[in-house]
Design a protein around this ligand. Structure first.
Ligand SMILES: [Zn+2]
Length: 112
């Protein structure tokens, strides 16, 4: 079952925008959470299975501020992999990224 990744994800009272960011590939990052900008950015160059895990990983990072929990990256990897196992392997969910803008398009849009 395909589920569209939403452009915005509400975490507590905060709303994070989701982007595909090509510059992450140069830095060899799968994803990143920019808390000051309320953005979750995912590397579009990696395989979809890694994109999906990366999104879960970055979402767990965003829990830190509103829920006052600060797991380290190893703990986040355990949680995101376990959650991914359930969502993807047991429920058969696949993420559809077609609604998610790339950072390049975002820059072009703001220059208009
Ligand atoms: Zn991390």
């Amino acid at each position: 079952m395909q589920i569209k990744v939403p452009k915005e994800i509400q975490i507590g009272t905060l709303i994070y925008k989701v982007y595909l960011d090509e510059s992450l590939d140069d830095a060899e990052y799968d994803g990143s959470a920019f808390h000051s900008k309320l953005q979750i950015r995912i590397n579009p160059a990696i395989p979809d299975a890694r994109k999906a895990l990366s999104l879960l990983h970055e979402i767990i990072h965003t829990f830190s501020k509103p829920f006052d929990v600060f797991p380290n990256d190893r703990e986040i990897n355990l949680l995101s992999t376990a959650l991914g196992e359930f969502l993807f392997n047991n429920l058969g969910i696949e993420f559809d990224w077609s609604d998610i803008p790339t950072m390049k398009l975002v820059i072009e849009e703001t220059q208009r």
